[in-house]
Ligand binder design. Structure first.
Ligand code: ZN
Ligand code: ZN
Length: 161
């Protein structure tokens, strides 16, 4: 039996207020925090703490307002994450939500770790810069490896034969 999570009244009010101020966006429940450029929908995970839900919605709203629909490299993605948090913090003030720097840094660290992992050569371990939007090439040993381009896809690497 599916259990519907009841949102706190503060969260409900927050979502209502944001929806009113940004009528172009649809805010709905889902499994993962996400902004869809196609439908301009912000998805939040209702099982998170009310605080996390608010941070997440502000963050995804910021991605939307900044039109962060595509990126060319992992490094650019990290930059976009940082920009989105910056804007989310500013918008949050309007709603009395202050996003702690610790939270922002934790989230960015997740991306930094992810980038660090993706950029390591599977053959010799050297960290290199991205070669294209979907691959890396090691300047040390010549290995080329593909990386998945999805923003939320778990880091995985596959060496090209
Ligand atoms: Zn983000
Ligand atoms: Zn290498």
């Amino acid at each position: 039996m599916a259990v519907t999570i009841t949102l706190s009244s503060t969260t409900k009010k927050f979502i209502r207020d944001v929806g009113k101020d940004y009528p172009d966006f649809t805010i709905e429940r889902g499994r993962q925090e996400h902004w869809s450029p196609k439908s301009n929908t912000i998805t939040f995970n209702p099982s998170q703490t009310p605080e996390r839900i608010r941070f997440g919605i502000l963050h995804e709203l910021a991605h939307g307002l900044l039109d962060h629909s595509t990126y060319q490299s992992d490094f650019e993605l990290l930059k976009m994450e940082s920009e989105a948090w910056h804007l989310a913090s500013q918008i949050g003030l309007k709603y009395g939500v202050s996003i702690p720097q610790d939270h922002i840094q934790d989230c960015l660290d997740t991306y930094r770790d992810w980038l660090h992992h993706r950029s390591a050569c599977p053959t010799c371990g050297m960290h290199v810069l991205q070669d294209s939007d979907s691959s890396y090439k090691c300047f040390n040993c010549g290995t080329v490896w593909d990386v998945s381009s999805g923003r939320f896809v778990r880091p995985y690497r596959r060496t090209r034969k």
